[in-house]
Design a protein around this ligand. Structure first.
Ligand SMILES: Cc1ncc(COP(=O)(O)O)c(C=O)c1O
Length: 416
């Protein structure tokens, strides 16, 4: 992975690519929405399919020469169907946000009502935030997590659904560490005779492996990103019941997108094949076990975890109790200086600005891909605590940084 061809043409971009390759190799990627794809997925994503226009769907394209594009997309769809078990799958969305957009566009009219989780409580911009098109086109009301437990208040949600009468209830989250009870959300949607969109962007891999309950067969629509826990490269996916298949396909293309990114769809096909291997289940279970170990380690040091722990790939730390003067942004910066890359995050009942909130969010999908086991993750938890507890100490940042480099060498990422 030397990017020699790029260097011939464009040394500046080649420098950035090798810099990024080294950054990923030499730091701990703990941003909960990230992961590391295999070299096979990388190769497929960097393939000649980037040259191909294939508007339409397999067997019904608007261009000639689509025989290999058809083959690749059909394989991606077949494998996704096997992984998640939905009646219908569309693998063309360019990202998770575009997958959500397709569902709204297919099923809602401007002014229709969306009931979704507040961003500060773990929701996502594409679920109705004012800065997103969803917040501008639709009438949005938002639910929150229970302030005591940090968990979805399903009864409260149902009452809100009855009062607000939404057209769609959105579940699936960005910063929610607990298993979601899809049937409870469905009950809220049913109470309002609304559709239910379950956005499993973060937990696609956990659901595919059966280590998190699946909303497929419960919710009308299931969307996701393909580059997070499923490790299949950048992109999105929509799944739905057979009755909505045509509406969804039309909403993806031509409704919201032009030509599909066939190279990315090739990456999805390869990543899905990898996820169908029995080792993927072992991987997904290890992601969850590692997250639990990380949470336990941080909690043993006195940090407060939102909801008290995790059932997924991520932990969310509310710093206000243990370190009232420390913002998530300052913790993020100090950790990044030590080679631990995670993100500042809002926490329920946030009292600071979303630009410098009171929490940090950390995920274990990437480190588990590198082979980090529970012993190594426990040490990572200790290292995170050392920095968080002493963000101004250059010595601590230096010492932790040295150990991070050693750990990265112990658990290499790509052959170079
Ligand atoms: C719940 C949820 N939905 C959608 C998305 C958007 O995914 P993408 O970045 O692929 O558009 C995210 C991103 O993290 C997410 O957490």
């Amino acid at each position: 992975m030397d990017y020699d061809e790029v260097r011939e043409v464009d040394p500046e971009v080649a420098d950035a690519l090798t810099g990024e390759r080294d950054r990923q190799e030499e730091t701990l990627a703990m941003i909960a929405s990230e992961n590391h794809v295999s070299e096979a997925v990388l190769e497929a994503q960097g393939s000649v399919l980037t040259n191909k226009y294939a508007e339409g769907y397999p067997g019904a394209r608007y261009y000639a020469g689509c025989e290999y594009a058809d083959e690749v997309e059909t394989l991606a769809v077949e494998r996704a169907t096997e992984l998640w078990g939905a009646d219908h799958v569309n693998v063309q969305p360019h990202s998770g946000t575009q997958a959500n957009q397709a569902v709204y566009y297919a099923m809602l009219d401007p002014g229709d009502r969306i009931l979704s989780l507040d961003l500060n409580h773990g929701g996502h911009l594409s679920h109705g935030h004012p800065a997103n098109f969803t917040g501008q086109i639709y009438d949005v009301e938002q639910y929150e997590v229970d302030p005591e437990t940090g968990r979805i208040d399903y009864e409260g949600l149902r009452e809100m659904a009855e009062a607000f009468d939404p057209d769609i209830v959105v579940s699936g989250y960005s910063a929610y560490p607990r298993a979601v009870d899809w049937e409870e959300i469905q009950a809220a949607a049913d109470a309002a005779d609304a559709y239910h969109l379950a956005d499993i962007a973060h937990i696609t891999g956990l659901v595919a492996a059966g280590v998190h309950p699946s909303p497929v067969g419960v919710a009308d629509f299931v969307t996701g990103s393909t580059h997070k826990t499923i490790r299949a490269g950048r992109g999105g996916i929509v799944m739905c019941d057979a009755e909505y298949a045509d509406d969804i396909d039309k909403a993806v293309f031509p409704g919201g997108q032009g030509g599909p990114l066939m190279h990315n769809i090739a990456g999805k096909a390869v990543g899905f094949k990898e996820a169908l291997e029995p080792e993927f289940e072992t991987y997904a279970q290890a992601v969850v076990d590692n997250a639990r170990t990380l949470g336990d380690t941080l909690a043993d040091h006195g940090l407060e975890l939102v909801s008290g722990g995790t059932d997924t790939h991520l932990v969310l730390v509310d710093l206000r109790e243990s370190h009232p003067d420390l913002t998530g942004g300052d913790a993020e910066d100090a950790l990044a200086a030590a080679g631990v890359v995670l993100n500042a995050n809002t926490v329920p009942a946030e009292t600071r600005s979303p630009f410098n909130p009171s929490g940090i969010r950390a995920g274990t999908a990437g480190l588990t891909t590198r082979g980090f086991d529970e012993t190594a993750i426990e040490e990572v938890g200790d290292l995170i605590y050392r920095v968080v507890d002493d963000v101004d100490s250059e010595d601590v940042i230096y010492e932790v940084g040295e150990r991070v480099v050693e750990l990265c060498e112990e658990f290499p990422l790509y052959a170079r």
